[in-house]
Ligand binder design. Structure first.
Ligand code: AHR
Length: 509
């Protein structure tokens, strides 16, 4: 075991609030995310309500899922909402050309999605079609969803069985407009985003937070172009309010797009560190976009929305390559914890984030067996659960005295400790990830500014980085109470096992 590090936390110096919406989710019509994941249909033998799988709902309620983005992704810019309303047997079919080239029967549409959000207690984040849809189509969808009187769209909704309008707080203006969402240049898309946003109206008391499709990874020029469409360099006035947020997408993989992204379960220690380095890159990417935005919006009125993030591995052998079904190991959990530390540290700009995707696709929370129906909670799920205390809490800086140990990975120094903290209602939560694959570490928590009246810790780890949960071993990676927490003259002393994620909960006097 190496020497102790000292992590200083000033419990009485709260920073910006960590929005619960950074713990948001994403469900696309892709593989078995909607069909066979969330939605099993009214004839299923599994417990369901209106075809929505209730054990999935229960698991996500347990992590206080704050919002759900739908229907894509790339699918959103092929989706025409009117195909997904009315009697199911009358709904037109379409080809899901992005994902497996399969026929989509539209049996899960607007009413089913809004019902799902109600069951989850989550805010809907609807992603509107700019790539192949019309301004009128988008405008009428918002009216259909949110208007209360006898307008044409409100009346159409009623004729389909829903009297009251729904609340839709988040609206996406396109998706990956630089790619599957229309192969546009930033300047053209910025004008379209302003145009479409003009017709996404606030009906009644429903106020829509509009999010323009943003950059691919570190494409800061895209962000600058969108910001220029709202404001100007060094402007002292408020940005124009066509849209209130802009997105970025960034995925973690060890390989490359197109060739091999890397296996979800068969990787060595070097590949593990590459994954950690690339996950850590999210911190640099968020900081880069935030810096550009600061130049055009110094008061931070425009939100950064990381509405797709997570690991993207090769699909599990024998599964449809277009369905993006992948396993989820302890390594994925550490990728998630590192991302959350970055989002917490940028709470003044990052207003929302959505992991891709919730069930059976990419870095899922939940995997279901297509034959038996068995449901497994992944290691990533447990990070979301362990972090619920950060939702809407005030961020606290964690400053490490001395040098955080690092390892050289891809020509850069990867810090082997990642941490963040927050406080809410006389409690505090500290999250620490020991990214060292082999070495345990001890950290002294130098807790200043308030009295700590009680403390406890939980740990998520496993014998190997490749460990994952299966129907036969559902708790191979699951959090347990951690007894490696002791009083110390400065506060507390904490053991971090190799490759582990630990949370420390404090009661404050
Ligand atoms: O999440 C899978 C896909 O990744 C989404 O459809 C798209 O937006 C992104 O490229």
């Amino acid at each position: 075991m190496s020497d102790s590090l000292v992590a200083v936390v000033d419990l009485d110096l709260p920073g910006p609030t960590i929005s619960r919406h950074v713990y948001g989710h994403f469900a696309e019509h892709l593989g078995r995310c909607i069909y066979g994941g969330f939605y099993v249909g009214e004839d299923s033998d599994l417990p369901h309500e209106g075809g929505i799988r209730l054990d999935v709902v229960e698991a996500l309620r347990a992590v206080a899922i704050p919002n759900l983005r739908w229907p894509g992704g790339c699918f959103a810019d092929d989706y025409h909402w009117r195909d997904g309303i009315g009697p199911r047997e009358d709904r037109p079919r379409m080809v899901n050309s992005h994902w497996g080239d399969v026929v989509e029967d539209n049996s899960f549409g607007t009413h089913e999605f809004m019902h799902l959000c109600e069951l989850l207690g989550a805010d809907p984040y609807v992603s509107g079609n700019i790539g192949s849809g019309t301004v009128r189509e988008m405008s009428e969808w918002v009216e259909y969803l949110t208007r209360g009187d006898d307008s044409p769209m409100a009346s159409l909704r009623r004729s389909n069985g829903r009297d009251n309008p729904w609340r839709v707080p988040f609206w996406g203006l396109g998706n990956e407009a630089w790619g599957c969402g229309g192969s546009m240049r930033a300047e053209h898309f910025a004008d379209l985003a302003r145009q479409y946003a003009t017709y996404v109206r606030n009906h009644g008391d429903n106020t829509v937070y509009k999010i323009a499709a943003g950059a691919n990874g570190d494409d800061y020029a895209w962000t600058e172009t969108l910001m220029k469409s709202l404001s100007c360099l060094g402007c002292s006035r408020e940005p124009q309010s066509y849209f209130q947020g802009l997105s970025i997408h960034y995925y973690t993989m060890t390989g490359t797009w197109g060739v091999s992204k890397g296996s979800a379960t068969e990787f060595d220690v070097e590949e593990y560190y590459v994954a950690m380095r690339r996950a850590h890159r999210m911190r640099e990417i968020v900081a880069g976009h935030a810096a550009v935005m600061d130049c055009y919006d110094p008061k931070r009125r425009v939100g950064l929305v990381v509405d797709e993030w997570g690991t993207w591995w090769d699909v599990e052998p024998g599964t449809n390559p277009g369905f993006l079904y992948q396993q989820n190991t302890l390594r994925d959990a550490l990728v998630a914890s590192v991302h959350f530390d970055a989002f917490h540290d940028h709470a003044d700009r990052v207003v929302m984030a959505n992991i891709a995707q919730t069930v059976n696709v990419l870095q899922a929370m939940i995997l279901t067996d297509p034959d038996s129906g068995a449901l497994v909670l992944t290691p990533t799920y447990h990070v979301f659960e362990m972090n619920v205390g950060h939702h809407d809490a005030a961020s606290l800086a964690v400053r490490v005295k001395g040098e955080v140990p690092t390892r050289e990975v891809e020509g850069t120094q990867l810090p082997l400790l990642s941490a963040s903290a927050s406080t809410k209602d006389d409690t505090a939560l500290i999250s620490l990830s020991n990214l060292d694959a082999q070495e345990a570490r001890t950290v002294v928590l130098d807790l200043r500014g308030r009295d700590v009246t009680a403390s406890s810790a939980r740990v998520l780890t496993a014998a190997t980085l490749q460990t994952h949960n299966t129907p036969e071993a559902p708790d191979a990676v699951a959090p347990v109470a951690h007894d490696g927490l002791r009083p110390h003259a400065l506060g507390l002393e904490l053991d971090l096992p190799a490759h582990s994620y630990v949370t420390v909960s404090l009661e404050l006097g």
